[in-house]
Design a protein around this ligand. Structure first.
Ligand SMILES: *Cc1c(COP(=O)(O)O)cnc(C)c1O
Length: 376
């Protein structure tokens, strides 16, 4: 059996190595390493894929969140609602711009912000909300949109983990995660569902004026060279990474199918352990893409299970061990938006199992057999 990894990027590369090598060499030989043709080609392909009218590439997912906030017109002291259980990038961007994070609890079943708890957390200073579509499943965007339009909130979707996942509205229309709010932020970090061979990111929007502003901010606030109209930054997607992404985007649906097959296998095989573990739930409003397959381990056994699996050469990781409101960096600059005990409990019970595009049946069987043997 091949060794089991959380992700297998070299194994994935082998499946299209010739095509990828050619794409990379074309860029190397062109000499256009910054803003080469491939950047525009990729942006157009991604617009077709996601349905977002405008794609603004940038250097990474954290920049995408920060630039979206810079374009939102918020000023220091304004409040931004964020989930307590998440990767910290969105909160960090909020804090960097001297905005105040308002931390709201998540739902245990979906790991996503509890839309019904957002309303109670809103104050007159609240100007924006950043739902994070965690682990591959969209947050409840219909409820979030209802709240944001009623309260005039700017909505930035952190879609670093859920590219290709769809949200299904109650009238049955569908939209891809990241194309529902004012701006969607994407990360192409290697381990994301669409990952490049380094850092990369993009913003998605349907709003033409906003797209122009986002673009300007990525290039030092310029629309015309050496004329700085806004305070911006330097945040570009490398031509090389755009070439890598253009190749990989063609395979994204196949990657997603592989991830869903792995998840389907776990869901079926681990169902009998319902007394011990809680499997990730699929909401009727979403089509998850499983950036992670995250279980909850009952009775305080999470750390023991993780150590047991490690001993059996099965990696399993705790995403995330500490909620946002307990992080030293954010504790003193945030406002607590209600009870956060679900997030605290999740940090003590979640465990993410290997899920990637190259897992084979032998490996998957071994993983579930070992999990079963731990509990039996
Ligand atoms: C990866 C990730 C980010 C940051 O993306 P980078 O490209 O690493 O800057 C932001 N939010 C979430 C939820 C992520 O998973």
């Amino acid at each position: 059996m091949n060794p089991i990894q959380m992700v297998d990027l070299t194994g994935q590369y082998a499946a299209f190595s010739e095509e990828m090598d050619n794409a990379i060499l074309r860029v190397v030989r062109s000499g256009r390493y910054i803003n080469g043709l491939e950047v525009q080609t990729f942006a157009e392909a991604l617009s077709d894929y996601t349905g977002a009218r405008y794609i603004v590439p940038c250097a990474n997912g954290t920049d995408a969140l920060q630039i979206a906030l810079m374009a939102s017109g918020l000023t220091p002291g304004d409040e931004v609602i964020v989930p307590a259980f998440t990767y910290a990038a969105a909160v960090e961007a909020v804090a960097l711009l001297q905005l105040t994070p308002v931390i709201v609890d998540v739902e245990a079943e979906t790991f996503n912000i509890d839309a019904n708890k957002i309303r109670e957390a809103i104050s007159p200073k609240t100007k924006a909300i950043i739902p994070v579509h965690l682990f591959g499943q969209t947050a409840d965007m219909e409820t979030i949109l209802n709240i944001s339009s009623g309260n005039n909130l700017f909505v930035i979707e952190d879609n670093a983990q859920s590219i290709g996942s769809e949200f299904i509205f109650s009238n049955e229309t569908k939209k891809q995660a990241g194309t529902i709010g004012n701006v969607g932020a994407l990360s192409f970090f290697p381990t994301k569902n669409l990952g490049c061979y380094g850092d990369g990111g993009a913003m998605m929007t349907d709003d033409e004026a906003l797209a122009k502003k986002l673009k300007m901010i990525t290039q030092h606030g310029q629309a015309v060279k050496y004329h700085h109209q806004l305070i911006g930054c330097n945040s570009r997607l490398d031509t090389l990474q755009a070439a890598v992404l253009t190749v990989k985007l063609q395979y994204l649906d196949r990657f997603t199918d592989s991830r869903r097959n792995v998840a389907g296998f776990y869901l079926e095989q681990l169902a009998e352990l319902s007394e011990h573990i809680i499997l990730p739930s699929v909401q009727s409003y979403s089509t998850p893409v499983y950036n992670q397959f995250t279980i909850r381990v009952n009775h305080g056994k999470r750390d023991d299970l993780q150590a047991f699996l490690k001993d059996k050469k099965i990696p399993a990781i705790v995403y995330y061990p500490l909620p946002i409101h307990q992080q030293a960096a954010f504790r003193n600059i945030s406002r607590i938006g209600g009870d956060l005990s679900i997030s605290e409990n999740l940090c003590n019970s979640v465990l993410s199992l290997p899920v990637h595009t190259e897992l084979d049946h032998e490996q998957l069987n071994y993983i579930v057999e070992q999990i079963k043997s731990f509990f039996n």
